[in-house]
Design a protein around this ligand. Sequence first.
Ligand SMILES: [Zn+2]
Length: 116
Amino acid sequence: MVAVPPLVTQPNLDASAEVAARGRPRGRRPGRCDAVDGELEYKATWYGTQVVVADRWFPSSKTCSGCGTINANLKLADRVYDCGACGLVIDRDVNAAVNLARWTPASKAPPLPAAA
Ligand SMILES: [Zn+2]
């Protein structure tokens, strides 16, 4: 039997705002995020867990899951998070997942420092 967490935290991927600002990515079907969100809600209900949507501006990828330092210069192409403060080296997506797992509705998104 698989352990089911009481909460599943999902990043708020406001796709409609992105599409309005940048246009729809090529090859992307409309409504795809809604379908994924619906599937997640369905599965969560099935397993008796709750889906929580994290603050849109929570920097889950740019925050070190080891010490909380924010690397504002982290690019999308950087697939490994290498923290200069505590030395943690971790896969970017695993780092973001750890941060999202710790996120609570009371969490506040810290302001990102200006990129150098
Ligand atoms: Zn760190």
